[in-house]
Design a protein around this ligand. Structure first.
Ligand code: 2AM
Ligand code: CA
Length: 271
């Protein structure tokens, strides 16, 4: 079985498990990781362990990087074969059920380059898959980003992050928030990136995030014809130790970079 087939198999199994647990979400054990806005449920842990065990069975010597249980490494040198996993992206949405915007995200990375990826949305059972140079699909249907390039009519997915990062978020995104035609905040990077890949939005921007939040979504958008970079326009490399991502349909990318760059300029001194 190749890596993409394994991703699909694991996502189908884990997605069914997470959907069943979502139905009984009010009875779950929940811990605070970094305060009340960063939670961990027993389902995050169990789903991750199912995923990691299945990968280790097929590829026992591969490196596994995942959000929970101490597997959240940021290697200086990209491993030759590595898996990057978020068992539930959008844990707050999973737990509170505000709307079912949460997803399971798995990427396979070879020498630092994401080569296969999948995202499953347990509530709808939608499955997004991509393989480098082979395109992206949702439920086997090919995906293509939107062609729209006018920022004033574009839908931009933003994320207001946790209170500690709120000021930095508002400063960086201030101009984008004014310029975008429509703003959406899903509370799950993976869900928002699938929206960009499926032409339901034009861009996603976040001032922070870790590789497991966006690795799979990045490849799915790129294979749907989109573009990914850091907020200063430099290439988006998973293990470069930098933060901040802009992932778009390509057509609105430079306009967004212009607004992000203007927000970094110091304000003119008063006369
Ligand atoms: P998570 O649900 O896996 O934690 C929500 O704002 C988005 O930001 C989600 O994709 C969420 O992923 C991610 N995120 C990253 N760091 C976070 C943090 N410290 N607290 C809450 N969400 C975080
Ligand atoms: Ca998570």
């Amino acid at each position: 079985m190749n890596e993409l087939d394994l991703i699909e198999l694991i996502l189908r199994e884990t997605s069914a498990y997470v959907k069943a647990k979502y139905a009984g979400r009010t009875r779950l054990r929940v811990q605070e990781k970094n305060g009340a806005n960063d939670l961990l449920t027993e389902v995050d842990v169990a789903a991750q362990s199912q995923i990691v065990n299945r990968i280790s069975k097929s590829f026992p010597t591969d490196t596994v990087i995942a959000e929970e249980e101490g597997l959240d490494q940021h290697p200086d040198t990209p491993p030759s074969r590595c898996w990057v996993i978020d068992p539930i992206d959008g844990t707050q949405n999973f737990l509170r059920g505000l709307f079912p915007a949460f997803a399971i995200s798995i990427a396979f990375v070879r020498n630092g380059e994401i080569s296969a990826a999948g995202i499953a949305m347990p509530v709808t059972q939608d499955l997004y898959l991509a393989e480098r140079n082979c395109g992206a699909t949702r439920n086997t249907q090919p995906l293509q980003v939107s062609p729209h390039g006018e920022l004033g009519r574009a839908r931009v997915e933003v994320d207001f992050s946790v209170p500690e990062d709120r000021e930095a978020t508002l400063e960086s995104l201030g101009q984008v928030i004014h310029a975008a035609g429509q703003l959406r905040c899903e509370g799950s990077a993976a869900v928002a990136l699938c929206a960009v890949a499926a032409a339901e939005a034009e861009a996603y921007v976040h001032v922070g995030l870790s590789p497991w939040d966006y690795a799979a979504g990045q490849l799915i958008v790129e294979e749907a014809g989109g573009t990914a970079s850091r907020l200063d326009g430099s290439p988006l490399a998973l293990f470069d130790g930098k933060e901040g991502i802009l992932i778009s349909n390509g057509a609105v990318h430079s306009a967004l970079l212009g607004h992000l760059s203007a927000a970094r300029e110091p304000a003119p001194a008063p006369e």
